[in-house]
Design a protein around this ligand. Structure first.
Ligand code: FES
Length: 707
């Protein structure tokens, strides 16, 4: 409630409203907060709420025009509170409420908190939509709750008209009104709004609604939108995960915290290079290359913002903030900074701090209003970006009671290890694109027709599988008909992990990664493929899907990179096991923990302690968007994270060599072996190229760093 309106309320209540009122005064109990107090008769409900610190919204400052202060008074007996609420516990519906009900409609029983006056003991429920700082429900049991506390809010003000005798600017009278009516001192107006200011004030007859942005008390408040008259319609914000392959945007209602629309596009920078380092190379080798990529990603983002706003059916003028998370190279390219330094040791960032800019600064207008605010989360280090900071925000390893390993699996794996006791360590490890189905002979991106689940009978060595888009297993009746439209087209990342693991479990592949011959394995599906063996998964008139020994090598190298990053962090903490593992990222959501452990991609851990966090980076962006305190929190948390650079750690190479075996040449994996025996087979007949310790890995270490 605004200061002026509060004073008006005090006048109506004789200035005595407050919990210190007399014993005879009516008792007011708010739910769900349970806050209670006695107030003199005639006190507006909004005033009582405000005095008790009850979270009740108001845009108009109690003028009866915004309807944000709606409450639901109870009636009758409330034995829990020892209160009986009489019919006349609140003043009758007044003209303001009646008019509002006539024009906009009030739900049955609802009252406007700024108009209804307390006349007797009463229990008043504040419905979720009238709470500013309500809890946002997350879909799974999460590491942290989200409390709505956005950086943006709407404030209705009545501005003094210009006076010849006391000349002052319209802006100065607007900011004076904000100070007087809302206690907002020294508000700045985004320069892009100045040309419109005079028209808006006069159209609104000196009554306007301002969208005020203030991410923390230390930051000067800033007017980022202005509407004539009352504008009580909601504001929206975007949580954007700017990935090197895809860009995902979630449009959030800042009043409810809900995601109202989501959309994604391929990152248009892909045409300059599939992976990050090839984009860094493009920038190095081509004059103006970095600027070209900056323009491409900004253009792609503008198109995506238009899509997501259309999907939600809202005008983009109501989207006034975006929180963007991305890896360091994307961070630099998006901000228009040449990523040259990120391509070489010591991988120095131009800046690692959180950044606040306007949409105009980043050429995102007119997809967003020019003054809309863009918040970039801080980067953790040269290889561990704002996306990892967002994962930290979502998964809160620094608050975990048990030692948790958080792995965001992508072309780079971003790995964090920590707990409340240990603090948090972070590194990134170059896994390459094998987990996305790339560099795998029958590999493909996750799409309908791709094999995503696999089981191999340990006795017959026969495979069965599921493809994306069909719930049947390949040996179920009706599978052929059900997949007739998509076909069986290849193997996606989660499919290849299961396939390699199942081959290891069925004794088709040995610990070093060699596929056995038909004679060694007893399976005619193993066939000679040049100097090595391959395994036939599926064959029909349309397609033939096999796993080659080279495919297995690719997966071994990718998983070894991931595991050795995790192992290095464990070394640094002086531990030999982790208590919990969180797999983040879209891919992480589809990985089977058992299979990931069989190939030695993740450390030994009870299976029930391996969980998926889904798109934790996107969730972290959403948390930062909805709760401004989370931004301050992550800025501090990031400073305390210990960064480990895998490229300069001598033990990384040693761990990598050991981790090339499945599950591992030295780490015993006792928990895994207790639940899943692994056949002790060896297919190395001394023919070379098959011991899993040779040139393949050396090539990988180079290409991982070079890619
Ligand atoms: S506070 Fe705006 S209508 Fe009550």
């Amino acid at each position: 409630m605004g200061r002026q309106a509060d004073e008006q309320a005090d006048e109506r209540t004789g200035g005595q409203a407050g919990t210190g009122a007399g014993e005879k005064d009516p008792l007011v109990i708010f739910t769900p907060s349970g806050r209670r107090g006695r107030f003199p008769k005639g006190t507006p409900v909004l005033t009582a709420a405000r005095r008790l610190g009850v979270d009740l919204d108001s845009v108009c400052g109690g003028r009866g025009i915004c309807s944000r202060c709606q409450v639901q008074p109870g009636k009758g007996e409330f034995p829990k509170f020892g209160v009986t609420v009489a019919e006349d516990a609140l003043s009758p519906v007044n003209d303001v409420e009646a008019r509002y009900d006539r024009i906009r409609g009030l739900a049955p029983g609802r009252r406007l908190g700024c108009q209804a006056l307390i006349e007797g003991d009463v229990v008043i429920d504040v419905p979720p939509e009238s709470q500013v700082h309500r809890q946002v429900v997350r879909k799974r049991a999460e590491a942290r709750e989200i409390t709505l506390d956005p950086a943006l809010r709407l404030l209705y003000v009545e501005v003094a008209e210009p006076d010849m005798h006391e000349p002052s600017g319209d802006l100065q009278r607007l900011t004076a009104a904000l100070a007087e009516q809302w206690g907002i001192e020294d508000a700045a107006l985004d320069f892009a709004l100045l040309p419109e200011l005079q028209k808006i004030l006069r159209t609104g007859e000196w009554k306007v609604t301002a969208a005020l942005w203030q991410p923390d008390e230390a930051t000067r408040p800033r007017i980022v939108a202005l509407w004539p008259g009352i504008h009580a319609e909601g504001l929206y914000g975007l949580a954007i995960d700017l990935g090197s392959t895809t860009i995902a945007a979630h449009l959030c209602d800042l009043a409810s915290g809900e995601v109202v629309a989501s959309a994604g596009v391929m990152n248009p920078q892909i045409r300059f290079g599939e992976d990050l380092m090839s984009r860094v190379s493009y920038a190095m080798m081509n004059e103006g290359g970095a600027a070209e990529m900056t323009a491409a990603v900004r253009e792609g983002l503008c198109g995506l913002i238009g899509d997501v706003a259309r999907e939600a059916g809202i005008g983009s003028e109501r989207i006034l903030e975006a929180v963007i998370v991305c890896n360091p190279v994307m961070h630099h390219l998006f901000l228009g900074i040449d990523p040259y330094e990120l391509g070489q040791a010591p991988f120095a960032l131009a800046t690692s701090d959180a950044i606040d800019l306007s949409a105009a600064d980043l050429a995102l207008a007119p997809a967003l209003p020019a003054p809309a605010r863009i918040h970039m989360l801080p980067c953790i280090a040269g290889h561990v970006g704002a996306d990892a900071a967002a994962v930290t925000l979502s998964e809160a390893p620094e608050k975990s009671e048990d030692l948790v390993l958080v792995v965001d699996v992508g072309t780079n794996a971003e790995i964090q290890l920590g707990s409340r006791r240990h603090g948090v360590l972070a590194c990134s490890s170059p896994t390459g694109p094998a987990f996305e189905g790339a560099q795998i002979s029958s590999g493909q991106r996750a799409a309908p027709g791709a094999i995503e689940r696999v089981r191999i009978d340990p006795a017959t060595k026969e495979p069965r599988f599921k493809v994306i888009g069909c719930d049947l297993w390949s040996d179920d009746p009706g599978f052929a008909a059900a997949t007739a439209a998509t076909g069986v087209t290849g193997i996606c990342g989660s499919g290849i992990i299961e396939l390699v693991a199942e081959m290891r479990m069925a004794g088709l592949v040995d610990a070093s990664g060699l596929i056995g011959t038909a004679e060694q394995t007893g399976s005619p599906r193993c066939f000679s493929d040049g100097r090595t063996q391959s395994y036939l998964v599926w064959e029909d008139g349309e397609s033939r899907i096999t796993v080659t020994n080279r495919d297995i090598r690719e997966i071994q190298m990718a998983k070894a990179a991931l595991y050795s990053g995790a192992r290095l962090l464990m070394d640094k903490l002086g531990v030999d096991h982790v208590e919990r593992i969180v797999l983040a990222g879209a891919f992480g959501a589809h990985i089977s923990p058992l299979h990931a452990m069989v190939i030695g991609m993740i450390p030994d851990c009870p299976l029930e302690k391996v969980t998926s966090a889904g798109n934790a980076a996107g969730t972290g962006a959403r948390i930062a968007l909805l709760d401004r305190k989370a931004r301050a929190e992550i800025r501090e948390t990031v400073k305390r994270i210990t960064k480990v650079e895998t490229a300069i750690e001598p033990r990384f190479q040693e761990h990598f060599v050991n981790a090339s075996a499945m599950p591992n040449a030295v780490d015993p994996f006792p928990i895994l072996r207790a639940i899943q025996p692994l056949p002790d087979v060896s297919f190395n007949t001394g023919g070379g190229g098959g011991d899993g310790t040779g040139s393949g890995r050396r090539r990988r270490r180079r290409s991982a760093r070079d890619s």
